[in-house]
Design a binder for this molecule. Structure first.
Ligand code: ATP
Length: 317
């Protein structure tokens, strides 16, 4: 059994972790990126392909594929759901994540505090972030201080979601739900830094939310305890709504305001790039394991444990 992923996003994290756990690995890599991944000593993993789409045509029956952000963006949840790929994690959750209504339903079901949404312009009583349907990575979003500003810009609300704009710090907390150990692990937290929403000086109302990278964050322990509860709420809601146990990494994406309220605006049902800062270990994963443990290694360890107890097929959905 091999572990494989597309050469992008958190591939260094995933492949190095799989190797550390003794797995054979496959890194599906377009030719332009081969020198980069080779420079990290990954030549024995590289499988050169013309386009990421090629993996849908290949025989990968002996490979467990680890989905990451670029994988989901390139292949799309529909094609993932319909493919024969043996995916570690939750194909179904990827679909819920892509659909704004399902996403919102799951967050509410999990008992998370979410930003208010407005159905009518005259109801708007706070600054808002306007999200156009189908936008990805915050592209095409704009912000407005009040409803008068919106009235000047848009004739209709069709095709947009109007969400209360939360001022605060963007905290991304990653979890690992282990079916082998039957426990939820808080893995690490980070701050997502976006240009130019996070720049101090700005002259427009259409800031770009393109992610530059992630900064490590160690939360106040009392706040971390709150995130632990939020994670439990999320896995329980997933079970109620989807009828499966959530397996592996996921992330709850929040903003903490000045009153310490935690607002969840998004989640990811897979490894997130923020875990790249926790190679070789996060403070929490070190406490949990007493050894270096990064997310790629954590995933491989879980696969190994599930293989040992004969439960791997339950999570390859
Ligand atoms: P991605 O898939 O990369 O997470 P996306 O298209 O799903 O992006 P969101 O994650 O919803 O977009 O939002 C992108 C950015 O917009 C966030 O990282 C955050 O900076 C900002 N943002 C989103 N919702 C809010 C909100 N309610 N209040 C304040 N800022 C917000």
């Amino acid at each position: 059994m091999k572990i494989g992923t597309l050469a992008s996003h958190s591939a260094l994290n995933i492949i190095s972790g799989a190797k550390a756990e003794g797995f054979e690995t496959e890194l599906y890599c377009t030719s332009d990126r081969v020198p980069f991944y080779r420079s990290f000593g990954m030549e024995d993993s590289i499988v050169e392909i013309d386009s990421f789409d090629d993996i849908l045509e290949m025989d990968l029956s002996d490979v467990i594929i680890i989905p990451h952000g670029s994988f989901v963006a390139y292949i799309g949840s529909e094609r993932i759901l319909n493919s024969d790929l043996r995916i570690f994690g939750n194909k179904e959750l990827l679909r819920w994540e892509e659909d704004r209504q399902l996403k919102s339903r799951l967050m509410k079901e999990a008992g998370l505090r979410v930003p208010r949404e407005f159905d009518r312009i005259d109801e708007i009583d706070s600054p808002v972030i306007v999200k156009s349907d189908g936008a990805a990575g915050g592209e095409g979003y704009f912000i407005a201080a009040n409803k008068e500003e919106i009235e000047g810009k848009l004739d209709s609300m069709e095709g947009y979601t109007f969400q209360e704009y939360i001022v605060g710090t963007k905290v991304f907390t990653t979890y690992f739900n282990s079916l082998a150990r039957n426990r939820l692990e808080v893995f690490g937290a980070d701050i997502r830094y976006e240009t130019d929403a996070d720049a101090n000086l700005r002259f427009d109302d259409k800031p770009s939310f393109v992610v530059v990278g992630n900064l490590p964050l160690v939360l106040r322990e009392s706040v971390l305890a709150q995130y632990y509860e939020m994670g439990l709420g999320f896995t329980n809601a997933f079970m109620r709504e989807i009828g499966q146990e959530l397996a592996g990494p996921f992330c709850i994406e929040t903003i903490i305001d000045k009153n310490q309220n935690i607002y969840t605006f998004e989640f990811s049902g897979r490894i997130v790039a923020g875990t790249n800062i926790w190679i070789p270990s996060s403070p929490y994963s070190f406490v949990l394991f007493g050894e270096e443990m990064w997310m790629g290694k954590r995933i491989a360890r879980e696969i190994r444990n599930l293989l040992d107890i004969g439960k791997l097929d339950d999570v390859l959905r």
